[in-house]
Structure formats: structure tokens, C-alpha cells
Ligand binder design. Sequence first.
Ligand code: MN
Length: 202
Amino acid sequence: IYCVGRNYASHVREMGHDPDRDLPFFFMKPPDAIVESGGTVAYPPQTTNLHHEMELVAAIGKTGADISPEQANDYIWGYGVGIDLTRRDLQEEAKNQGRPWDAGKGFDQSGPISALHPAAEIGHPSTGRIWLEVNGETRQDSDIDKLIWSIPEVISHLSGLFTIEPGDLIYTGTPAGVGPVVAGDRITGGVDGVDTLTIGIV
Ligand code: MN
């Protein structure tokens, strides 16, 4: 599971950075980060600041490397929506000390995801509301047309660093409005034209 950092200007600003269109950068989550929509996530250990980040997810269907943006859609099997759950306190500590983000980002159950839908059915979404509610209150509300790096551009950069393979997922970044959740919260979010997901924090 590859994740893109700082890919909506509104979120870049809320995290205290300048959205100057630096090259996209990546971090990863392990496969056991996956939790299917409708399930629950146990509040993880060693954090007091668990954040939601709603994201459009692209699912890779074909092996490739050094892919051009023009070719990128050929490597996408389909799309879903996911949440990049983040132990924000551990991520901030890692940033401050110049250490890797794994403990802040790549923990158990950190990547809840909807069903995946084939591009052959839903196309390649480039616009559509991206939103997230906690207990019915809207926290994130934007549009995937505000991605700094489009999904074809992301795949081009990613595949210059790593060979992408069928089964790889790419969480493409989150808009503004990230914030904490606690045990007992119910998170619902989606991207219009793709899907929605619901998860309980327990
Ligand atoms: Mn994210």
C-alpha cells in the first residue's frame, strides 16, 4: 500500500507547509493495514491523537515501471475510497527528529477501505466530491479535482521509484479537515462516483 503525502494544497497549508508543487513523495502501509468497510478499528496503542484522512484509492492491475503519465491509466484496475489513519503525535515526533513515518502511518488497521470498482465500469474519476463525516458531522469536504498531482502523474513518479504490481494500492492524499477520532466514533466518507465507506472506532 503506497500513500502520497501532501497532495491537496488545503491540507498542505493546514499542516504548516507551503504547497509549492514539490515532487510527490511516498510512504507505505503493510497489507494488514486493510480493514473492510463496515468493520471496526481498535484504537491503536501509543497515541493520544489518532487522525482520519479521507482519500481516493487507485488499485493497480498490471506490472510496470517507468510509466509515463499518458500510459498510466492502462495500469489501473480500478478505484475505491480509503482512510489513511494516522497516529499524528508519532508522525510529528518522527518529523521533528528526521525519522521515518512508519510508526505514525503503517500500523495495524491503519488503512480502512471500501470495495474496489473496475475502471471498466466507473471510468477514471478526475472530479467528484471527497468528504468525511464523524458521527454525522462533516469534517472533510473537497473535490478530487484539487489533487496537486493527478493519479496518472502519481503513478508515473511512483513507478520511477518502484515496480508496481497487481494488488498494489495507492492512497492518493487527503484534503483539509483532518482531525482526531476516539473510541465510539463512527466514520463515514466517500468520493462521489466511486463509493463510500463506514468504519467504527472501538
Ligand atoms: Mn494521507
